[in-house]
Design a protein around this ligand. Structure first.
Ligand code: GLN
Length: 458
């Protein structure tokens, strides 16, 4: 049963919210100790909530769009009464005192929040190995990283211990773990979904988005969380489409759709991954899509530009963790990668009077944005690999640059503010491989349609 069918069957009294939740709790007890996807659970409160929703359904009262569906939340999004640690000792004892806007919307639509998921410390990573809660295992490729930084959310959905999960994506943290765990992950256009209540990694890149096993789940969650938020000035007042309605007629979506294939995205990717994506593109062509070959000359500029801006914004965001209000002083308790970013960000900020690094990075960012939106003028969607290589074995020692290399194909969308998603494309000896779709700003609907259409080809 897919997510939309399940949601219907809960409304139609065919399945209860309580049964759905209890099934997951059994699975969580069995699976979570092995994979460490959830770092905090509140099952008793969730059961109460499920019973209350069932009560309303039985009385024939109206229930919300997510009625009875079980949701996991990344540990950097404020949820009242849950620990919001960002997987850092810095915030070990910090308990959310309010609900982020996306959480208020999920609760208002009767989604059941069962727990908080694991992640890289402050979302600064691509492997979920830097969490102070310990690493998360990849349920589809045991012994390997699930990707990151939202590795717990991706692993929870992949191992079917919840229906849907939220993550955050600054440079790929939703799409990368979705790719490695064989699930769908969606990063909305910058400003399409409120970031209010999200702990910043780099605020000019950060977006909240979702994970699901299927396109219906992605569409449903977008219907709930997307839209302007008066409390958050970077959100856009945009006409939010009805995403679930738009996938209902996605069967012919591929006919005449123009898919942009950027040669350089394939040049940097490992061969088995390239082969899988090429096969998928061919399949979409047979279903009526048109392929347009494109070039992007600035790929090498993307990682340095992204990381430089990330360091500076992250440094600034961490100044509030000085030990006075939120527990520990960050520099005293954080891990190596977070400390590296703080030191680099501090150094770059000090040099800024000369405009040596940051100003140049902003110029490079404008150039990248211009080039990418230029490529998108002639096509509907860019299609390519999500991550250029397969996930490594948990515990492998990588140099920072080797870790950053995972992000080369995902940071582009954050630099440009465009919507992007990863969808399962195949596997290499059982290890999942994801395919990335990117579209024009606020063309989120096109990606969701394509995800549904592509899903329908299988
Ligand atoms: N891996 C990237 C980084 O470390 C992206 C992280 C993210 O999207 N949160 O910055």
């Amino acid at each position: 049963m897919n997510i939309l069918e399940k949601s219907q069957s809960i409304r139609n009294h065919e399945k209860t919210a309580s049964d759905n939740l209890e099934g997951f709790i059994k699975q969580i007890n069995k699976v979570n100790p092995k994979i460490n996807a959830f770092v905090e659970l509140k099952t008793d409160e969730a059961i109460e909530r499920a019973n209350e929703i069932d009560g309303r359904i039985n009385k024939g009262e109206k229930v919300g769009k997510l009625a009875g569906l079980v949701v996991g939340i990344k540990s950097n999004i404020n949820v009242e009464d849950f620990h919001v640690t960002a997987a850092s000792r810095t915030l070990e004892n910090y308990i959310g005192s309010y609900d982020a806007t996306v959480i208020r919307r999920i609760k208002a639509e009767d989604g059941i929040i069962v727990g908080m998921t694991n992640m890289d410390e402050f979302a600064a990573g691509s492997s979920t190995e830097t969490s102070f809660h310990g690493p998360t295992d990849n349920p589809r490729a045991p012994g390997r990283i699930p990707g990151g930084s939202s590795g717990g959310s991706a692993a929870a959905v992949a191992s079917k211990i919840c229906d849907l999960a939220l993550g955050s994506d600054t440079g790929g943290s939703i799409r990368n773990p979705a790719s490695h765990c064989g699930v769908m992950g969606f990063k909305p256009s910058y400003g399409a979904v409120s970031r209010q209540g999200l702990l910043d990694l780099a605020m000019s890149f950060d977006q909240i988005g979702s994970f699901s096993m299927d396109a219906g789940g992605i569409a449903l969650m977008l219907n709930v969380i997307a839209g302007e938020d008066r409390r958050e000035c970077t959100t856009i007042d945009w006409e939010v489409p009805d995403f679930t309605a738009s996938i209902a007629d996605s069967r012919n979506a591929l006919k005449g759709m123009r898919l942009g294939v950027v040669k350089e995205f394939f040049d940097v990717s490992d061969e088995p991954i390239v082969n899988i994506i090429e096969e998928r593109i061919h399949q979409m062509q047979e279903a009526g899509a048109e392929v347009v070959e494109l070039n992007f000359d600035y790929l090498k500029l993307c990682l340095p530009t992204y990381y430089l801006i990330n360091y500076v914004e992250f440094f600034s965001a961490t100044r509030k963790y000085d030990g006075r209000k939120y527990g520990e002083r960050i520099e005293e308790v954080c891990g190596e990668e977070v400390l590296r970013r703080i030191h680099m960000g501090s150094y770059i900020s000090q040099q800024e009077y000369s405009g040596k690094y940051y100003k140049k990075a902003l110029q490079a960012r404008s150039l990248i944005r211009k080039e990418i939106t230029g490529l998108l003028k002639d096509v509907d969607v860019l299609v390519g690999p999500t991550v250029p290589k397969l996930p490594h074995k948990v515990g492998t020692q990588l140099e920072p640059m080797e870790m950053y290399a995972y992000d080369i194909l995902t940071v582009i969308a954050n630099l440009a503010g465009i919507p992007a998603a990863s969808t399962p494309a195949g596997d290499v000896k059982g290890i999942p491989v994801g395919m990335q779709f990117q579209a024009k700003p606020l063309d989120d609907e096109k990606i969701v349609k394509l995800m549904a259409a592509h899903e329908g080809l299988n």
